[in-house]
Structure formats: C-alpha cells, structure tokens
Ligand binder design. Sequence first.
Ligand code: MF3
Ligand code: CO
Ligand code: CO
Length: 290
Amino acid sequence: MQFATVDTEKGHSRAFLDAAAWEVGMLRGKQDLILVEYERESMRRAGRFNAQLMDFIRPHVKAGVTTGELDRLLHEYTLDHNHTPACLGYQGFPKSCCTSINDVICHGIPGDYQLRPGEIVNIDLTTIVRGWLGDQSETFLIGEVDEETLGVVQSAIDCLYLAIDAITPSCRIAEIGKAITKEADSRGYGVVREYVGHGIGRRFHQEPSIPHCPTRQSYTERLLPGMCFTIEPMINGGSRDTVLDKKDGWTVRTKDGRPSAQFEHTILMTEEGPEILTLTEHGPQKGHNF
Ligand code: MF3
Ligand code: CO
Ligand code: CO
C-alpha cells in the first residue's frame, strides 16, 4: 500500500507544508513534527555536535575516573562551544549528563563514584544547539567484563541497529519494537517498557512515543519523512522490571540487580529512509563486536 507523503523539498515554506500535511490528513494538527529542509539541517547540526561531544569524552571513560569528573568535562566542552547541556535543570535533573552504571538502567546522576574494571557505564548526552536538540547514549566497558554483562551490551547495540534497519519511510512505529523484542527474546533478555524513545526537535521529549516493544498505539502511528525521533533500547540481563530510586527520584535500576545496557541515536526519517544524526567517528559502528 502506498501512503501519501508531504513534499518537503528545499524552499517550501512552513505554511505550504502545513497545508500539504493537512490535505494528506494523516497528522491531525501535528504538522510541526514534519521538518522542512532548513529544520532538518538544524537537527543535523545538533546531532553532529552531540556526536563530537561523545567522541571528546570517550578517551576519558576509564577505571579511576569519577562520573562527576566526566560530567564536568562534558559540561565545560559544551559551554566552550557555545552550546547548552539539555539535561541540566531538565525537570530538576541536577547534572549535565546521565551516567548509568551496571544495574542502573537509565538516568543515573554523576557524582563521586569511581569507575572500576569489570563495570559498564552508559553515558547519555543531550545538547541544545541553536535551539535544536541532539540526544544519544553509549555503553562503555571498563576493562574486561563478565560474560553476562558482555552479552547484554552486545544485545543492546544489536537491538539499536536492527531497529534502524527495520524502519522505512512511513512505516509503523511498531517495526522498532518488533525488531528489538525479537533480538532480546532470542537471548533471554528483558526489554524495558517504562522508558521509551521519543520525538525530538526544538523540544527534548515530544511526540511520537517510540516504545521498544510493540504496543497498540505503535501499530497505529507512522514514521513519516521529516520526523525526528530517538531509538534507545534498554536491555536487561534478567527480567524487564525496573525500580525507581526514591531517595534521588531519578536513578532507575533493574529489579533483580542484573546488568542493563543501552545505546541511543537521534534519527531523521527522510524520503529515502532513516538518517542517523548522532553517528560518532570513533565510537562503535553498526556490526561492532564487543
Ligand atoms: N537523555 C535521556 C533520553 O534519552 C533523558 C535524560 S532526562 C534527564 O531521553 F533529566 F535525566 F537528564
Ligand atoms: Co538520551
Ligand atoms: Co532520548
């Protein structure tokens, strides 16, 4: 079946686009989620800087460094380039990035904790670049890790790229959850449901919701050309169940204490297919083997 799409060629005004989107009748007042060419360029620029920031921090992520020190380096690099860390102050979050260690699934708060050999840490970076946002995360191994931990990290990156490979212009959002649960199920791992990917643009978290398991809603919504969103699967070594730390209100851990890993990219769906906006030059690429 062929789906109507909105012609977003260079030079078309927002007003033209809104009218066209209205005519195809698929967006029901959500035309602003479809980016025109200059808006796409703004998102590309934001993604590029965010990826450059990840490349900057990579050599510093090793045994002995504290997560607070990593946060300070990230904060300063971002300010030195005249950009803004999006996490700092977001809904009261106290630091400029998230650092999630071992059984921490996401939203770990940087602090005095020193990384040790055998551990894993996810670093999640989001930057505001001239009003537009890039968002990505990567899980790092500190020295050698045990087999279960290695398996979870490998599955998480495989899930991200399998999901990217599964999406096509105007496909259903459910293709993402289907690809991810197929991979995780085959290895007996849990896919976190409470935290999901999201539309992104001038706002950090916006529509559409990008669940990593198929949901009723994800079968009804489509990834139209011009939409920007994240895919960020969180894969648990054991059950998918999560526990929120009541003391800090942010840190999310696995209920069973087993390790959890995550990778995230910001993606633009184009008329030709998905374009990854936060690819790093020096980080793990598609097909990477840990
Ligand atoms: N970067 C996270 C995401 O991928 C969100 C972190 S929100 C914060 O959506 F407040 F914890 F920083
Ligand atoms: Co993120
Ligand atoms: Co995100």
